[in-house]
Design a protein around this ligand. Structure first.
Ligand SMILES: Nc1ncnc2c1ncn2[C@@H]1O[C@H](COP(=O)(O)OP(=O)(O)OP(=O)(O)O)[C@@H](O)[C@H]1O
Ligand SMILES: [Mg+2]
Length: 232
């Protein structure tokens, strides 16, 4: 449903991505793995229109990807960035309501009630400000907000970064439930076990290029690739 074909991108004078080709399939989870600085977040920012591709092509559901982030979101892609980007001065409720209103006309299965069923903790924190939330609660809010856009594809950049093991486990359960519900996802992770257990397809990025693709079973069995590209 999402295809990148030989995409180059970078920041100013610096080229970071060199001919990235990737495919995310409908109803499946694609994990993008790679070391620090490999170009994983840059790949996601390029997909989301935050960085323009300098070469190559990106398509979504068979059409060229719109250029502006707003239009990309409206096309059905929700993005949870590394920084989570919740509004710190607004309450949990306000953060959620903004997201719910954004594409309200579109309708869809995800409502305020349903995201609170998924993350009951957020229901208890509705009137707390964004800055009063723990890292785990912020991540739950960021995911809940993305779901309220009723996306056809959910893109997550290192959802477990900096979280305690018990919260990582909880986020894992929730993402597994979303996968079982049929949601298509692209998941960038440093946590190899977390990603491998959720993914259907794996792509490894190294130095701005796709250096390995295959199944989670194949990357688990390929210790040389893990060592070389993931530092596992
Ligand atoms: N805003 C920026 N301006 C200039 N260079 C950047 C910028 N953001 C990232 N880079 C550079 O681009 C390269 C790839 O960074 P990127 O953030 O895509 O890596 P990553 O794979 O997501 O790493 P991590 O696992 O640490 O998040 C790095 O060399 C980084 O220094
Ligand atoms: Mg990153």
């Amino acid at each position: 449903m999402l295809d990148l074909t030989t995409v180059d991108a970078g920041y100013g004078e610096t080229q970071v991505l060199y001919g990235i080709s990737l495919t995310a399939r409908q109803g499946r989870v694609l994990a993008i793995l790679g070391r620090n600085g490999a170009g994983k977040s840059t790949t996601l920012k390029t997909i989301m229109g935050l960085l323009p591709p300098r070469a190559g092509a990106i398509s979504f559901e068979g059409s060229p990807m719109p250029k502006r982030p707003f239009d990309i979101a409206r096309a059905g892609i929700a993005y949870v960035p590394e920084t989570r980007d919740i509004f710190p001065s607004l309450t949990v409720r306000e953060n959620l309501e903004i997201a719910a209103r954004r594409f309200a006309a579109k309708g869809g299965e995800w409502t305020l009630d349903r995201v609170i069923d998924l993350f009951p903790r957020l229901g208890e924190r509705m009137d707390n400000g964004g800055t009063q939330l723990s890292g785990g609660e912020q991540q739950m809010l960021a995911i809940a907000r993305a779901l309220l856009m009723n996306p056809r594809l959910l893109i997550l950049d290192e959802p477990t970064e900096g979280l305690a093991p018990i919260i990582v486990k909880l986020i894992h359960q929730k993402l597994m439930a979303l996968k079982q519900g049929g949601l298509s996802m692209v998941l960038v992770e440093q946590n190899f076990g977390f990603a491998a257990s959720l993914a259907d397809d794996v792509a490894v990025v190294g130095k701005g290029q796709v250096v390995w693709t295959g199944t989670p079973e194949a990357i688990r069995a390929d210790e040389a690739a893990q060592h070389r590209w993931l530092g596992v």
